[in-house]
Design a protein around this ligand. Structure first.
Ligand SMILES: Nc1nc2c(ncn2[C@@H]2O[C@H](COP(=O)(O)OP(=O)(O)OP(=O)(O)O)[C@@H](O)[C@H]2O)c(=O)[nH]1
Length: 344
């Protein structure tokens, strides 16, 4: 089976692997195509490698390899494939017997490290929605221990592996993919510093740079991530887009030259709201299909002054992003994937 060479030349390739029915296609559909989790029940088994292009701060290609393929048969160009990969994401079904998956993972890792020692190995302990809190922790501990043992046997005990507990039924899959994608962005520490700078000068408690379409965050400030705050911010992205779409001037109005209130609306997506606890949630569209979402705590400052300061500092932040990325090209994604890039 041939993998097109144009796919392999991509700098940031994520390879999604795992045994059959582990949840690979579901993850792709939910994260990159906004499919409702319950609709994944009807997905058919994948029989050929599939690639999704995904343009955000960097250009990504996510390749799903079907569980039943033997990548090590002579006519499969595994060496070229693994050499071009930035992250290998291995999906383990936590609701199933997972020992064979761990053996398969160790075998793939042995090969992957040989041809590409810089590859990031990311393991999703998936479908944890079906496990109790206690069992989740036990399963994680057990999978980590058994993987360690397998790797030790293969002489790979120094290998770095990251584990994530995930499910498509909550935000854990987005949070895991956010961390995986961030490792592939060379400018990450620079981006984090910029957000730290912004938060320190704008009464911002937490800030995320979101990819609007997938709700993966490509950067955040150095304060720890609280998953609940992430969820609120991700939901605010959805609400803001729904509102934006609702008040978009219709094509027929545009043709007729009718000017409603919405025709004065600036192109840039912006939304501000106050939460029950008095904090402000603030969203502004940035470059390349990204949006900054921040939680602002006004303390003793009045809301209006707080927002004026935030607007001013976010303007500077946006200009800096534009400056850094002005020379990087956006590779046009798959036409089936809707992007927000053309709003700018
Ligand atoms: N409970 C639960 N079920 C899930 C989750 N993710 C996927 N599934 C279900 O797992 C089943 C298999 O998912 P697929 O995405 O087809 O698995 P796959 O790894 O792509 O399978 P192949 O294409 O055969 O390699 C589907 O019925 C999904 O609905 C999850 O997070 N939780």
């Amino acid at each position: 089976m041939e993998v097109p060479s144009s796919e392999l030349d991509s700098k940031a390739m994520i390879l999604l692997m795992g045994l059959r029915k582990g949840g690979k296609s579901s993850i792709c559909k939910v994260v990159f195509h906004n499919m409702q989790p319950l609709d994944t029940l009807y997905l058919e088994s994948t029989s050929n490698p599939t690639v999704e292009h995904f343009s955000t701060l960097i250009d990504l290609a996510v390749m799903e390899l079907p569980g039943q393929l033997n990548y090590f048969e002579p006519n499969y160009d595994s060496e070229r494939l693994f050499k071009s990969v930035g992250a290998l994401v291995y999906v383990i079904d936590s609701q199933d017997e997972y020992m064979s998956a761990i053996t398969n993972l160790a075998m793939i890792m042995e090969y992957a490290y040989k041809v590409n020692p810089t590859i990031n190995i990311e393991v999703l302990i998936h479908k944890v929605d079906g496990l109790s809190e206690e069992f989740k922790v036990d399963a994680q501990r057990d999978i980590m221990r058994r993987t360690g043992e397998e790797l030790l046997e293969l002489g790979l005990d120094g290998a770095q592996v990251s584990f994530y507990l995930t499910s498509i039924f909550d935000h854990s899959i987005y949070e895991a993919f956010s961390r995986i994608v961030q490792k592939l962005i060379p400018e990450l520490s620079f981006l984090e510093n910029m957000l730290d700078n912004l938060t320190q000068h704008s009464k911002i408690e937490k800030a995320f740079l979101f990819d609007i379409n997938s709700k993966i965050y490509v950067s955040t400030d150095s304060n720890p991530v609280d998953i609940q705050v992430y969820e609120i911010c991700a939901e605010f992205v959805d609400i803001s887009i729904d509102l934006y779409d609702l008040y978009k001037p219709s094509d027929s109005n545009k043709k007729k030259g009718i000017k409603g209130p919405s025709s004065h609306r600036p192109q840039e997506l912006k939304n501000v709201s106050q939460l029950e606890n008095g904090t402000i949630i603030y969203l502004r569209q940035m470059i390349r299909g990204l949006a900054l979402v921040a939680i602002i705590r006004p303390d003793d400052m009045d809301m209006e002054s707080c927002l004026t300061v935030a607007d001013y500092n976010v303007d500077i932040y946006k200009k800096s992003l534009e400056e850094i990325w002005k020379n990087s090209k956006v590779i046009l994604p798959n036409p089936n994937i809707q992007t927000f890039n053309n709003q700018e």
